[in-house]
Design a protein around this ligand. Structure first.
Ligand SMILES: Cc1cc2nc3c(=O)[nH]c(=O)nc-3n(C[C@H](O)[C@H](O)[C@H](O)COP(=O)(O)OP(=O)(O)OC[C@H]3O[C@@H](n4cnc5c(N)ncnc54)[C@H](O)[C@@H]3O)c2cc1C
Ligand SMILES: O=C(O)[C@@H]1CCCC=N1
Length: 388
């Protein structure tokens, strides 16, 4: 076996998942190279923008459990780097009281003893002014939830990785991966050899996996990131302690709608629809579907009377969806030294530190800290194409 390698591990893709994985590997004294196709920071993938929601409220227990540790790891990074990355706001969850989705959120918070408040129709507007609770809807607040400063978080974790001796090469697109006991990775600028490789390429995951003979059932969608103007500036402001919110899926909306208090752009509140039109990640801006905006306008006019129901700013981002909207965290079926994290389905940012830890454990052959069965590729069975 050749021992001619320069790195213990190469991580492909410097979004939130690749950056945390590289950082964890460097912490474990692994000589690590993080490769990124664009000049950092960039706005062409899934991890850019100033804010993301962090929450323990989930329909599934396993996410709530992982979030317990994720909060600790975010706080640890804040301490290590001396940077503020999280602001507690709470998360208001609203949805049809009798729907399965709303009940799962509510029961899961109660069962897992997450600090929470149940609001009723009588006290709702006292706690949450300027929001109309729809007839038949229930409301609970996940008190632990809040906002993560996304761009700042990426810069911070990449900086900590470099402080540990990690190497980042941006503006370097991976063009080929040759699996083997030593993996050869070719880029637009050179060739590198490593004992192992982690693929965290976000919307480009299948392009990279194709070099290893594997294809996953992933669908890339473009999200219209909409900002809505407050009629009276400050109405839904983070400084007024307005919470993040999540409207669970209903017959009318089909998918979740979520929002964050006005914060990054003064007087503008970010509210988005949890799906969008399918796109090629390299042609994102050619996808012009705005049917989500029609749905958002209707809901905003009804539930947020203090907002102008016309988006003031629309930015772009992408989700990489799996059929069940659960992540993919696994080892390559034919090459045990290739590991991948993909399909974060529009809710992966808050898990960044835990995903980094888990992918690092997989690469090092350690027992994963969490049960990975919901995330393994075998759940797709017929949908996973392998050319091997
Ligand atoms: C509008 C929006 C709102 C969201 N809101 C939330 C939220 O509130 N809370 C939450 O937890 N999550 C949220 N998410 C989801 C979260 O942001 C994503 O799950 C997460 O950012 C995915 O990160 P990633 O590292 O997998 O992908 P990416 O950030 O896309 O990173 C992949 C990287 O790989 C690079 N790459 C690809 N191919 C190559 C190659 N050949 N060579 C080199 N580099 C390559 C890409 O350029 C990219 O930088 C949201 C997402 C969007 C779009
Ligand atoms: O992950 C999150 O918290 C947000 C809100 C719900 C839908 C997806 N992203």
């Amino acid at each position: 076996m050749s021992t001619n390698w320069e790195y213990d591990c190469i991580v492909i893709g410097a979004g939130v998942q690749g950056s945390f994985t590289a950082y964890q590997l460097a912490e474990k004294k692994q000589k690590t190279l993080l490769l990124e196709q664009f000049i950092l920071p960039h706005t062409r993938g899934s991890s850019h923008g100033q804010t993301r929601i962090i929450r323990k409220a989930y329909e599934q227990d396993f996410y709530t459990h992982m979030m317990e540790e994720s909060y600790e790891l975010w706080a640890q990074l804040e301490r290590e780097a001396g940077v503020k990355l999280y602001r507690q706001t709470g998360l208001l969850v609203m949805g049809p009281e009798d729907s399965q989705s709303y009940q799962l959120y509510k029961n899961n918070l109660q069962k897992n003893k997450v600090p929470m408040a149940i609001l009723n129709r009588d006290n709702f507007s006292q706690h949450i002014p300027n929001v109309n609770l729809a007839v038949g809807d229930g409301a609970v607040v996940d008190i632990t939830a809040g906002v993560l400063y996304a761009d700042r978080a990426l810069k911070t974790v990449q900086g900590q990785f470099e402080k540990l001796g990690g190497v980042i090469r941006d503006n370097e697109k991976v063009t080929d991966i040759k699996p083997g006991p030593v993996v050869t990775v070719s880029t637009s600028a050179g060739v590198y050899r490593a004992k192992s490789v982690v693929i965290t390429a976000g919307p480009w995951a299948n392009r990279l996996l194709a070099h290893t003979g594997l294809q996953l059932p992933l669908k890339v969608v473009k999200i219209n990131v909409c900002y809505w103007k407050e009629k009276v500036p400050g109405t839904y402001d983070v400084k007024q302690r307005f919470p993040c919110f999540l409207l669970t899926e209903s017959e009318e909306t089909k998918y979740h709608i979520y929002g964050l208090p006005s914060n990054e752009y003064p007087g503008l509140m970010k509210i988005c629809y949890h799906i969008g039109g399918e796109t090629d990640p390299d042609e994102r801006d050619k996808q012009t579907d705005r049917s989500d905006i029609d749905i958002l306008q209707r809901i905003i006019a009804r539930c947020f009377p203090g907002l102008v129901p016309e988006p003031a700013v629309v930015e772009s981002c992408m989700y990489t969806m799996t059929p069940d909207q659960h992540f993919v965290l696994d080892r390559h079926p034919s090459h045990s030294n290739i590991v991948f994290g993909a399909g974060f389905s529009g809710h992966g940012f808050k898990f960044g530190p835990i995903i980094g830890k888990l992918l690092c454990e997989l690469i090092l052959g350690e027992v994963p800290s969490y049960d990975l069965s919901p995330f393994r590729i075998r759940r797709f069975q017929d949908q996973t194409k392998s050319a091997l």
